[in-house]
Every structure is written in structure tokens, then in C-alpha cells.
Design a protein around this ligand. Structure first.
Ligand code: CTP
Length: 397
């Protein structure tokens, strides 16, 4: 199930640490290679000897051992996933503020793999605004939070704050890795970012899109085995993932052309770009000089890429559009679904704090042409990408 997967387990000072012993055992039994890093406080809750025996590796705890430096960079680069379970309130706060006074924190800060955290704390601590704020920060940095569940707590109180059960954490890791190749053999076109419509050699009309959502989608679907053609607007950082090729464009017309050239060979197209709706009729050859009078720039409509792909789409192709709205969200999203002949529209409303342009988080509702509608909570853009791709997978399989 997890054969050959490299899983780094982090343990912090919480009574729930005893459950992580079971998790380590389950992971090793499933074929994973497991290494364990713990905070000094965790030693009061679980024995390194137990963990090193189960994981078959020495347990890492000290930043400096016998006057030698412990290589935290190596640990975070070695792992396919770093799961911190349990995550105490104290370590959560340190992670949220970038503190680095032990090996686990140094490993977190230098990890290049996905980081998951499974918090465990008393119910009142779990609901405290500081904890909510710190968790939201971790999510906004792209980490995945496995929420605490309700039940009996160490304090004797009953409420939310129990760490997710080891069997559930194990299953989540199995799902994470087994999903991997569900888009194998598929070709996918993704657009991301803004377009810039020039006015003169130094100025343009643009928008605030960062391209993060489109990039997260392209990355996730490539990770699941698809061959991905990402058409990225200006300023979008192209990810380096196996199976992903990137074409950089500036204007809506260039994006249109790149999409039209590729679309006939695609199984799926996801139009996440914030394409300019208007472009200047005349682009001045020289910089426009300031005058006493105001300036009027005549604009004309750009071609609607999604609408054109909707017109060309065959019944073997699946087309996904986005809708970014500030009002009448549902009505506009459904109207776009129909007018552009898409199979699915992902709506994000600028009314939701933490959603939309520039944020690392997003909150979306999906509308599909079968009349189904699903709303998701605020998540990292990576987690939103995984939700969207899971949804598409259900539709096309
Ligand atoms: N889109 C496109 N080509 C355009 C404009 C938009 O492909 N010239 C796509 C976007 O990538 C997105 C969807 O259409 O998937 C909806 O974009 P949005 O800007 O929300 O809607 P518009 O159709 O431009 O309508 P309006 O701006 O009036 O809401």
C-alpha cells in the first residue's frame, strides 16, 4: 500500500503522542519507510526507544548531538510527506511564527515535501481565537491540517480537540499516495494568471491574479499522472513537475492562440486564468506623454477562450471554467456554465475573506452541468486543487 514511501513523522509534547506509536507501526506494516523526529517535550510522553524499535531508525530529537550538527535539511528533503501528529498548541504557535528552537521546527522550516499536521489539545484551546488564527496561517502557507475530532479529552472534558485516530491518519496517507496516477494517460490544458494588455511600450491593463490556483491545479494533476500543458500569464512562477510543460504568454490574444493550438489534443481543459475582457484598440508605438487634458483609451473585447473551447468541445472532452464574482455569485456562475457550454464551473467569491486573488487560500463552490452543487470550506490552494481534481475525476471516470 505504502511500499517505498518515505514518511517523516513528527511528534510533539501532547498526551495523544501514545497514538502515534500505533500509527508508526501501521505505516511500517504497509511498507513505508518511516523516520521519526520528536520535540524534547515529546520525550515525556513517548519513549524514543519504542519509536526507534518500531520505525527501525534512530529517533531524531537534537539539533546538536555530541557537538555535531544534525542535518534537518536532509530530513525534510528525504521525506515524501512530513506528518506532525500530534501537533501541540505550543508547536503550532511556533510553526505559525517561524520559530526554530528544536530539530522538529528546523525540519518543518526546511521541508520541501508536503507537510500535514494533526493537532491535539483541550477543547477550549482548540476553539481559542489564537489557535484558529495559527491554524489558518499554517493552511495559508500550504500545509494540510487534519482537524481534531470530538470525543473524551485528557482533561476529562468532552469536546473537540482529540487527535484524529491513527487508523484514519494511515488511511489518509494511503489515499494520498494511491490517488497518484488516476489521470495517467490524460492530456490536460490549464490556464493560470492574468493577461497584460499593452497600451504603449511601458504600460498595460492587467489584474491582480497571481496564478497560484491554476499552478496548484496544474501541479496536482501532473502529480496524478496527467501530461499537463500550462499556459501561464505574466508573473506566474512555473512549477517544475514531471509531466508538465509551460508556455508563457502576455496577452489574451496570445493565451487564446496557445489554448486553441493545444485543445484538439486534450482530454480536459481547466481555465483558471483571469483573462482580460478588453484590450486597447491601438497600442502606441512610443510612450504616451502626459497632457493637460484627460486621456481616453478605446478598448475592444478580447476573444473569450472558454466560450470558444465550449463551442469546439467534443463529447470526449471535459471543460472546466472559473467564475470570480463579487455579487449574485450563484446566478452568475450558473449563467457562465450555460453560456460557455462548460461541464463545470468553479466559483470563488471575493466576499469570502481569504479567497480569491493573491491569497494562498481559497474557498470555492462547484456547479456542474448535471445540476449538482458542492461548497467547500476555506483551504490552501493546494487542497482546493485536490478537491477540484477529485470532483473532475468522479465526473469523467
Ligand atoms: N475567460 C476566458 N477568456 C476571456 C475571459 C474569461 O477564457 N476572454 C474564462 C476565464 O478563464 C474563466 C471564465 O472565463 O474560466 C470566467 O471568467 P470571468 O472573468 O469570471 O467571466 P467573464 O466571462 O469574463 O465575465 P465577467 O467578467 O463579465 O464576469
Amino acid at each position: 500500500m505504502l511500499q517505498g514511501k518515505k514518511i517523516l513523522v513528527g511528534i510533539t509534547g501532547s498526551i495523544a503522542a501514545y497514538k502515534t506509536i500505533t500509527l508508526v507501526r501501521l505505516l511500517v506494516k504497509s511498507g513505508a519507510e518511516v523516520r521519526v523526529v520528536i520535540t524534547p517535550a515529546a520525550k515525556d510522553f513517548v519513549s524514543p526507544l519504542t519509536l526507534s524499535t518500531l520505525s527501525r531508525h534512530e529517533v531524531e530529537v537534537d539539533l546538536f548531538k555530541d557537538a555535531a550538527w544534525s542535518n534537518h535539511v536532509m530530513l525534510g528533503r528525504w521525506a515524501d510527506v512530513f506528518l506532525i501528529a500530534p501537533l501541540s498548541c505550543n508547536t503550532l504557535a511556533k510553526m505559525a511564527s517561524g520559530q526554530c528552537n528544536n530539530l522538529l521546527l528546523a525540519t518543518y522550516l526546511s521541508a520541501t515535501c508536503p507537510v500535514w499536521v494533526a493537532p491535539a489539545m483541550d477543547a477550549d484551546m482548540w476553539t481559542h481565537p489564537t489557535t484558529r488564527h495559527n491554524l489558518a496561517l499554517l493552511v495559508s502557507y500550504g500545509n494540510r491540517v487534519v482537524p481534531a475530532v470530538a470525543g473524551e479529552l485528557a482533561s476529562g472534558l468532552v469536546g473537540e480537540g482529540r487527535m484524529a485516530e491513527p487508523e484514519d491518519l494511515h488511511q489518509m496517507l494511503v489515499d494520498h499516495f494511491s490517488n497518484n496516477k488516476s489521470f495517467s494517460g490524460k492530456k490536460v490544458l490549464v490556464t493560470a494568471g492574468p493577461t497584460y494588455e499593452p497600451i504603449d511600450p511601458v504600460r498595460f491593463i492587467g489584474n491582480h491574479s497571481s496564478g497560484k490556483m491554476g499552478v496548484a491545479l496544474a501541479q496536482e494533476i501532473a502529480r496524478r499522472g496527467a501530461k499537463v500543458f500550462l499556459v501561464a500569464g505574466p508573473g506566474v512562477q512555473g512549477p517544475t513537475v514531471e509531466g508538465l510543460t509551460i508556455t508563457h504568454v502576455n496577452t489574451a490574444a496570445e493565451m487564446y492562440q496557445a489554448c486553441l493550438d493545444n485543445f484538439p489534443h486534450m482530454d480536459l481543459a481547466i481555465m483558471a486564468a483571469a483573462v482580460a475582457d478588453y484590450t486597447a484598440v491601438q497600442v502606441a508605438d512610443e510612450k504616451i506623454k502626459k497632457k493637460e487634458a484627460g486621456l481616453t483609451i478605446e478598448l475592444q473585447k478580447t476573444k473569450d477562450i472558454l466560450k470558444e473551447l465550449g463551442r469546439l468541445k467534443t463529447n470526449k472532452q471535459f471543460l472546466v471554467g472559473f467564475a470570480l464574482e463579487t455579487n449574485n455569485e450563484e446566478t452568475f456562475a450558473k449563467e457562465k456554465l450555460r453560456a460557455k457550454n462548460a461541464d463545470m464551473i468553479v466559483l470563488n467569491s471575493l466576499k469570502h475573506a481569504g479567497a480569491g486573488f493573491g491569497h494562498n487560500t481559497n474557498q470555492v463552490t462547484i456547479f456542474d452541468k448535471d445540476g449538482q452543487q458542492v461548497s467547500y470550506p476555506l483551504k490552501s490552494k493546494e487542497a482546493v486543487a485536490a478537491d477540484i481534481i477529485d470532483y473532475i475525476h468522479e465526473k469523467i471516470k
